[in-house]
Design a protein. Sequence first.
Length: 466
Amino acid sequence: MQDAIHRYSPRLEIMMRVVDVLGLWCAGQLAGLLSFNAPLSQAAPVHGILLYFGCALAFILFANFKMYGSWRGRSMPAMFLQVALSWAAVMMIALLFSFLIHHVGSLSRLWMFHWYVVGVLSLMLTRAVLYTLLRHIRENGLNNKRVVIVGYGSIGREMHRRASQQSWYGYDVKAVFPLEPDQPLAAGVERVDSLEGLLDYVARNHVHEIWITLPLSDSNRLQKLQYLLRNALVDIRWVPDTLSMQILSNKVITFLGMPAVDLNQPVAADMSAMAKDVFDKVFAAIVLFLLLPLFIVIGIGIRMSSPGPVFFQQPRLGLNGRPFGCLKFRSMKLHDDHGGVTQATQDDPRVTPIGRFLRRTSLDELPQFINVLLGDMSVVGPRPHALQHNELYKDKLEMYMLRHRVKPGITGWAQIHGYRGETDTVDKMAKRVQFDLHYIQHWSFAMDMKIIVWTAFKGWTSNNAY
């Protein structure tokens, strides 16, 4: 039973293809009842022709769309997305066929829609049932793939941990080749003492896959492995040790026809960055319009509290380090820092009475919505720091400057978690940077909405803001 599914996988694929075609045929018939309140045979002949043509196309093309590849290590949502896109591609070809035979005019678009939706549900239901069945089988130790991990550093141990904890994927780590001869191993895992003996171990123990997790710096071993495994008839996966690299992302792309890895590309890029920018400008315009009376009241209060301008402009670094003037309501008396930056402290004599209220409630930050309209800032993002602080911390904190790979924000992930105001220690700044990088790496519109709502209800005040 251990290798039964591997042995009969070609027959299982044919069975899956037949089941898919039967499901799509039934979906087409059900779509006819939904669309015409009658059997499909009573509709225009083009529907029957298209039904059989689409089912035949699905039988032929689904395999080319990787619909029957291994499901191990893949999430169910990713599989469902592939199903929806593959079925959409088949239906587009079928629709083109109906155009070529000059019957597209008599084709019901409602029937096509129903056929697509019911067909997707049929394909998804089949896979959900099989996915659940295989998961149960693998959790009971059957249909597992035996694995050897070459390299047992941070990424190797992490891969082993995930394979052990997520048993439904069906990977059984039998042995490892550790980086150090005396490196301790998990219980029940054998040690491969040399690269030369790796292929012999694989053949002797009927290993299905080899996972190479050596660090990029170990080029000698990587080249040696390439030679030693040239005749290996098992799946070999290379998992680069990106955990030891200080990066924002590891997205694989095609660049000049060659595979490449983006190491510091933010999640919000290209079209998503454009959508975020449009939202920022619309949101900022609405806020400025609604808060205009408040701006006037605050401006009058500032002029009455001390002489000087209402607004205060500070030099900051924006997207990719481009400098801009960050606007704030003036909260301090006019003074000279003599080229340095002295953060406000508790009971700071430079802060005016109204300025203390503005800083405590973060109302001094409201003019930055003007910066958002100008394109220098975003509503949500890492807070911009003083230039002197950038120079101070960029060499003390790894990845500090990567905060500037996105536009700075009026509020951010760090601020709603309490990391705002004075950063008088390296530890405080390190924690703020940690939250900023988490935001950049895990950005989504839902995350932005959460930060905005959280800021509106509980993020305006802080005991750390002086």
